[in-house]
Design a protein around this ligand. Structure first.
Ligand SMILES: NC(=O)c1ccc[n+]([C@@H]2O[C@H](COP(=O)([O-])OP(=O)(O)OC[C@H]3O[C@@H](n4cnc5c(N)ncnc54)[C@H](OP(=O)(O)O)[C@@H]3O)[C@@H](O)[C@H]2O)c1
Length: 261
């Protein structure tokens, strides 16, 4: 059985992805959330984290990072060594999880918000103790909400910057496009339609060609695209994006240290 501790946004996306066929249970303090999950997904819920941990083979910890130590304390009398513990909490390291929950069977995953529409990107790092069979099960769970990729844990701060925070950076760009289009005289509804459909179409095209190839396809010498790209180069937009990612990754590293202490 797959047990979720925390029935918030990310847990809900995973429940949606796994589907009704999966043997799932959720532990969640909010009665309103429990009723919502029971009604919408026909999944059993409880407000007892210990009962859930005792019943589940795979325990997915889907609470905010600050709550993890409370959960570890609550489960401190239990032997979790035969279970697989999966954490999706940003900035909580495998070594912290092993120490706090006293088990070597630990997997750390960084999903992202597009999981809510089953288009997520989840990066998976496992502790050495995880068997190939356990890994296959975990991979299957996260594959149900989008794409999965395996990386050593040392890359998690970069992953957090690119795919974890990425939806916010891309949304910032979309918002700027919308404001820029309005400044050119388009109404908000129209420019929002144009921007979002352009983002959707572009991301589909990028599935089968490189960004450089797509830029070349759109640009004709002396044309409109080249005029816009020239401003991007003059203002070093690529350098700005690199700085944005660096700031997000170093904040992720800072949070890591705080949680591990
Ligand atoms: N959302 C994302 O895009 C994203 C991406 C990557 C990673 N993550 C990670 O995923 C985790 C969950 O994020 P989220 O967006 O799903 O957060 P969320 O919507 O706030 O969900 C967390 C849930 O845990 C519940 N909870 C609080 N204390 C609990 C306890 N002691 N025992 C059991 N459940 C408890 C909360 O209930 P109450 O509301 O009643 O407190 C809430 O329903 C976070 O660690 C985050 O870092 C999220």
């Amino acid at each position: 059985m797959i047990g979720f501790i925390g029935g918030g946004n990310m847990a809900e996306a995973l429940i949606k992805g796994i589907g009704r066929a999966g043997d799932i249970m959720i532990s969640e303090p909010s009665e309103q959330r429990r009723l919502h999950i029971e009604k919408t997904y026909a999944v059993n819920t409880t407000n007892d984290n210990k009962a859930l941990a005792a019943a589940a083979d795979i325990i997915i910890i889907a609470v905010k990072p600050q709550i993890i130590s409370t959960i570890a304390e609550e489960l401190s009398g239990m032997d979790l060594s035969k279970k697989t513990l999966v954490s999706i909490a940003a900035g909580v390291s495998i070594s912290y999880l092993k120490h706090a929950f006293r088990t070597d069977n630990v997997v750390r995953v960084m999903p992202n918000t597009p999981a809510l529409v089953l288009k997520g990107m989840s990066v998976i790092s496992a502790a050495d103790g995880i068997s190939p069979e356990q890994m296959d099960k975990i991979a299957g769970i996260f594959a149900s909400i989008g794409k999965i990729h395996f990386l050593p844990e040392r890359h998690m701060d970069a992953v957090t910057a690119v795919s974890g925070s990425g939806p916010a950076f891309i949304s910032f760009f979309a918002e700027a496009m919308i404001k820029g289009g309005m400044a050119l005289g388009l109404d908000e509804e129209t420019v929002t339609l144009l921007t979002i459909q352009t983002l959707n179409g572009t991301s589909e095209l990028l599935a089968s060609r490189s960004p450089a190839a797509l830029i070349k396809m759109v640009s004709s010498p002396g044309g409109t695209t080249v005029a816009g790209l020239q401003v991007m180069q003059e203002r070093d937009a690529a350098g700005l994006v690199a700085d944005v990612l660096r700031a997000a990754a170093s904040r992720s590293a800072e949070l890591n240290i705080k949680i591990s202490e």
